[in-house]
Design a protein around this ligand. Structure first.
Ligand SMILES: Cc1ncc(C[n+]2csc(CCOP(=O)(O)OP(=O)(O)O)c2C)c(N)n1
Ligand code: SF4
Length: 426
């Protein structure tokens, strides 16, 4: 008698006669026969479905994945584990296995170290007996009371086609622990498809045929599909990468700010016109003046056209919430930016809207100031020019801090800073 228990002594939580009982019990037997394995050497990854409630009964590590994704989860665990003494086992239903079929194929193809045990009761048990991708043609389910009209997949052959060393179909009655043991001790990817019955939804509708008859009529073979073992997946070696934080150097404090309360800015222009870089430079200038700053970017997925918006919060105190329900300042440098910010501006009850003079002034209760940003230094510098103008209207920190930040940026040398400052302060 083995003193290593992998299952708790509590009754399992399946309906009476459910095939999932036998899979759990046979898996425990198989694990007990693999002498080097202790319960905490096993990582059991379960899927969504009735079979998945077994994770409260196994005394191993257990992880519950999303429906159809447990093999992908297990692949990540197996790749990250890199420990030969550990065993990753996946329990998944026929529903989950076919919902996440590509995960299964990839895991078999790349030979991830794991054993997948498919609980093939030929239907979705937990949700009331609908058909799955493994339901055999003619099998009666809730979805097809007259019989499934399609042929189900042959998962063992599919796994074999992509190189699985071990893929075996078994009828889930009696003692099949020997096959599970074979699979568990196969290096790399192995799969056991246990064909079983759901008494609550499957047996009721299909009372006359045995499992063996059903499998035979479906043209499925109860056998092993195998290949000689091959090297299992191991993580590609990578040169260590420096932390992203290493690229950042502290911004020295060079100026002082007069800002007493947080100020939120929404800066709106067109993609490709330097909105984000100008906002970034402005943020650095604010930090150099002792302020805390958050920055959020927003643009369409088609990054080369349409609007480009940057939201900044500047504050003398740490910023604990980075959302801007209603901005204090809206800067608009192009028609795209105007269209993007139109609704926000319409709702403003106070604050400042700084907008290029070529655009139609919007209806708003905020104060509107129109200036020539685009004409002054061209569309690509319009946002930076607008930010110089903003400091002229609302001098929350010295313009020199912004000039310094521009000089330290990639734009240094490309702009006529003196002219920008002169016109913005005018
Ligand atoms: C992505 C997703 N789709 C659908 C569901 C709903 N759902 C929960 S359990 C289940 C059926 C599970 O059937 P199977 O995987 O065969 O396991 P069994 O219950 O038969 O053990 C479904 C469809 C879900 N949870 N997540
Ligand atoms: S509903 Fe079916 S699959 Fe679920 S526990 Fe009951 S018998 Fe088993």
């Amino acid at each position: 008698m083995c003193d290593r228990h992998f299952l708790s002594s509590e009754p399992l939580h399946f309906c009476g006669g459910c095939g999932h009982h036998l899979i759990a019990r046979n898996t425990e037997k198989a694990l007990q026969r693999v002498t080097d394995l202790r319960p905490l050497d096993v990582i059991l990854v379960t899927d969504i479905g009735c079979h998945g409630i077994i994770d409260r009964s196994f005394l191993t590590h257990t992880i519950h994945g999303l429906h159809g994704r447990s093999i992908a989860l297990a692949a990540g665990i197996s790749a990250g584990l890199d420990a030969p003494g550990k065993k990753v086992i996946v329990f998944i239903g026929d529903g989950g296995a076919t919902i996440g079929l590509q995960h299964l194929i990839e895991a078999a193809h790349r030979n991830f170290n794991m054993t997948v045990v498919i609980h093939n009761n030929m239907l979705y048990g937990m949700t009331g007996g609908q058909s799955s991708g493994l339901t055999p043609c003619g099998y009666k389910t809730k979805a097809f009371p007259e019989g499934q009209p399609y042929v189900g997949y042959d998962l063992c052959r599919k796994a074999n086609n992509v190189g699985a060393a071990y893929a075996r179909r078994v009828i889930g009655t009696g003692d099949f622990s020997g096959y599970l043991e074979e699979a568990i001790t196969t290096p790399g990817f192995s799969l056991v498809e246990v064909v079983e019955v759901c008494p609550s939804y499957g047996a009721k509708r299909n009372p006359d045929r045995t499992l063996t008859e059903i499998v035979k009529q479906a043209g499925l073979k109860v056998q092993l599909y195998s290949h000689p073992p091959r090297e299992s997946y191991s993580r590609p070696k990578r040169t260590p990468v420096a932390s992203l934080l290493d690229h950042n150097t502290a911004i020295p404090l060079t100026h002082a700010s007069t800002l007493a309360n947080p100020r939120s800015l929404s800066i709106n222009g067109s993609a490709g016109e330097g909105v984000q870089s100008a906002a970034g430079i402005f943020a650095r200038a604010a930090i150099a003046a002792g302020l805390h700053v958050t920055k959020k970017e927003s643009y369409p997925v088609t990054v080369g056209v349409g609007f480009s918006t940057s939201e900044l919060i500047l504050s003398p105190d740490p910023i604990l919430y980075t959302g801007i329900p209603a901005p204090d300042v809206v800067i608009i440098t192009s028609q795209d930016g105007l269209e993007r910010s139109g609704v926000t501006i319409g709702r403003m009850k106070r604050g400042l809207v700084l907008i290029d003079e070529s655009l139609d002034a919007p209806e708003t209760a905020a104060r509107v100031v129109q200036r020539n940003f685009r004409g002054q230094a061209g569309p690509r510098s319009a946002t930076l020019v607008a930010l110089f103008h903003y400091l002229g209207v609302d001098p929350i920190f010295p313009t020199n801090s912004l000039t310094n930040a521009v000089q330290q940026s990639k734009l240094s040398g490309k702009l006529n800073l003196e002219r920008m400052m002169a016109t913005s302060c005018a």
